[in-house]
Unconditional design. Structure first.
Length: 157
């Protein structure tokens, strides 16, 4: 089971939690750096929705140090620049920061909080499963190449 840590508050955070739970993931959500820092090392993915530079910076630095598989930061490009500057000022190199997906999410023209959450979680799944973010229509071959013909099934019916 994948474990997601969401740090921040607001409607996108709420949708991230709800949709990740539908995926069957273990989800921890907090708005405080202290609680996030206590949980970060156990996460497979960390998504920061907080716009507080101090909270975001501390959590991103800890996630980078813990070598978390997916580290995402929601927010505008100017906001990303502020967090990157905070990280540089706290001895996190630009090379290390390249592991941060910021702005988090795939470009699916998301607009609502739920769509933004889907965009972010799609990117998380892609990274955790070493996928390619392309339409199945545009990918040649079987959908599940690891299975033999006729072996694929929908587990939920």
């Amino acid at each position: 089971m994948d474990t997601l840590l969401v740090v921040g508050d607001g409607p996108v955070r709420d949708k991230l939690v709800a949709i990740a739970q539908l995926l069957g993931w273990e989800v921890h959500a907090t708005a405080t750096a202290e609680e996030a820092l206590a949980r970060v090392a156990q996460a497979d993915a960390v998504v920061v929705t907080s716009h507080d530079v101090e909270v975001a910076g501390a959590v991103l630095a800890a996630a980078l140090a813990a070598d978390i598989s997916y580290i995402g930061q929601m927010g505008s490009r100017p906001g990303q620049d502020k967090r990157r500057q905070w990280l540089l000022e706290h001895d996190v190199s630009q090379a290390a920061q390249d592991a941060i997906h910021g702005p988090a999410g795939l470009d699916i023209a998301a607009d609502t909080p739920a769509e933004i959450a889907v965009s972010i979680l799609a990117e998380v799944v892609c990274v955790l499963r070493d996928g390619k973010a392309i339409s199945l229509r545009d990918r040649p071959g079987p959908i599940h190449p690891e299975l033999t013909s006729g072996e694929a099934f929908c587990p939920e019916g």
